[in-house]
Design a protein around this ligand. Structure first.
Ligand code: MN
Ligand code: MN
Length: 458
């Protein structure tokens, strides 16, 4: 292990900074899985990727070196670069997730209490709720109306936009609150977003809410009932920022896991001619267990691969199964970086650290590796050779000291197919907080590592 910054000459430092500038623009713009998918499709199209759904409708066939994407309900995305080798020989997969912890609006979100309008939320993913009060918040999402039209909502990130907030109790009156445990200080039902305070004139019942409804009608042409078929996410407002006097780090929302999604996407687009089929998966719902139609547990990816075989004119059930079992995957997800402020939870030699590069996590899980994928030593040896041969700075990591806690990724789900999978991502500080911190060198090394893996793993 050595610090990646030490090996960079001026040119490579610049390349690292340039890559991260683009990454910062990406996460400043892409704060939800929907926006991530939309923007990734736009970028992929520019790189020559074609909509596989459209091709299927037209009955078009596929051939080696074709580049396609598959949009799953606007929340998950598959990018595939078809290789010259038979698909049944397996794929090289990068798999990241594009959902992040946040607050979602409830189905009946809007209400008025004591002269203020609020939006009621249900948080999504594992959060320390007390971190989400008093910070500027933005709203992103879609309102799907009965007439079939979809209204895009995006308020809080433009210079002139208003922002929103969840209030906290003033310290002067918090003597009782300060006695509570951190998990009780702010409860899930406390996470109500302050949304307005001007009442309409001559109105007795809910005058502030009425004013808000009038504004929603005027600005977005939506009614209160339209919230019933909406998905609106409350996320931190503002752009990702350079952090540290040396500007070596990035403070921003949603590093977990766009910090791996973006380098994966860029590595995928970097491929010119490939022998093994290269795939990048950007999936939804990882933060709540990879469930649902758009999570990694869904069969959508398996169905997609069957369709690809069909479009190659080579479909058979046994070939689909072989393609999966013969594949290699980097589950590109974040890991915990050693934080000198909290040394009590990180082990000495086995933690990821800032600046040491792409972090390989053989196992995650909790309480004795429970629920983890535990990558095979044979696969790790293969990766060591690839990374070392391509001057990729990399390190090993685990999720904290034994029995300190734990967690998981999509690795074990893909492991179910019998393929080789290992977690390979970027270490972060304060994971799942409204603003997470990471090192630019690690992002850049991840990008280089993903390229080397796609090109050389067989
Ligand atoms: Mn993650
Ligand atoms: Mn996470």
């Amino acid at each position: 292990m050595s610090n990646a910054w030490l090996k960079y000459d001026e040119k490579e430092t610049q390349a690292c900074m340039d890559f991260n500038k683009d990454y910062m623009a990406f996460i400043s713009k892409c704060k939800t899985e929907r926006v991530c998918v939309k923007e990734s499709i736009r970028i992929a199209q520019e790189a020559g990727y074609k909509d596989f759904k459209e091709m299927m409708e037209k009955g078009e066939s596929l051939k080696p070196q074709d580049k396609i994407y598959y949009n799953m309900m606007n929340k998950s995305l598959v990018l595939m670069h078809v290789g010259s080798d038979p698909l049944e020989k397996g794929m090289n997969l990068l798999g990241a997730h594009v959902d992040s912890p946040r607050m979602d609006l409830k189905q009946h979100p809007l209400y008025e209490k004591d002269g203020l309008a609020y939006l009621d939320t249900h948080y999504y993913g594992g959060i320390k709720k007390y971190q989400w009060v008093t910070i500027p918040l933005a709203l992103y999402g879609v309102v799907c109306k009965k007439d079939g039209s979809v209204v895009d909502i995006c308020i809080g990130d433009e210079e002139d936009d208003p922002v929103f907030v969840v209030s906290d109790l003033l310290i002067h009156l918090a003597s009782k609150q300060m006695q509570q445990t951190a998990s009780e200080v702010v409860t899930g039902e406390n996470l109500n977003v302050t949304f307005g305070s001007i009442p309409v004139k001559d109105e007795e019942k809910e005058p502030v809410k009425k004013n808000i409804l009038a504004l929603l009608k005027k600005k977005y042409d939506i009614e209160e009932d339209d919230f019933l078929s909406a998905e609106i996410e409350v996320v931190p407002a503002g752009k990702a920022r350079n952090c540290g006097l040396d500007e070596s780090m990035i403070l921003g929302y949603g590093h977990d896991d766009r910090i791996c999604a973006y380098p994966s996407l860029m590595a995928q687009l970097e491929m010119k001619e490939v022998a093994r089929t290269c795939v990048t998966l950007l999936v939804d719902k990882e933060e709540i267990g990879s469930v649902g139609a758009t999570g990694m547990h869904s069969r959508f990816f398996e169905n997609f691969i069957a369709e690809v075989f069909n479009a190659l004119g080579d479909y058979s059930e046994i070939k689909v199964r072989r393609a999966f079992q013969n594949s290699h995957m980097l589950s590109s997800d974040v890991c915990a970086a050693h934080d000198p402020n909290y040394p009590e939870v990180t082990s000495d030699r086995n933690m990821g650290a800032f600046g040491e590069g792409l972090a390989i996590c053989k196992y995650t899980g909790s309480r004795g590796k429970s629920g983890c994928n535990d990558a095979s030593a044979e696969f790790l040896a293969k990766l060591r050779k690839i990374f070392d041969g391509n001057d990729v700075s990399w390190q090993t990591s685990e999720l904290g000291k034994v029995d300190a806690g734990g967690g998981g990724t999509i690795a074990y789900i893909m492991g179910n197919y019998g393929m080789n999978v290992v977690d390979a991502g970027v270490p972060v500080h304060n994971m799942h907080a409204p603003n997470e911190l990471c090192s630019k060198a690690d992002i850049y090394e991840a990008y280089k590592g993903y390229i080397a893996f796609l090109k050389e793993c067989k």
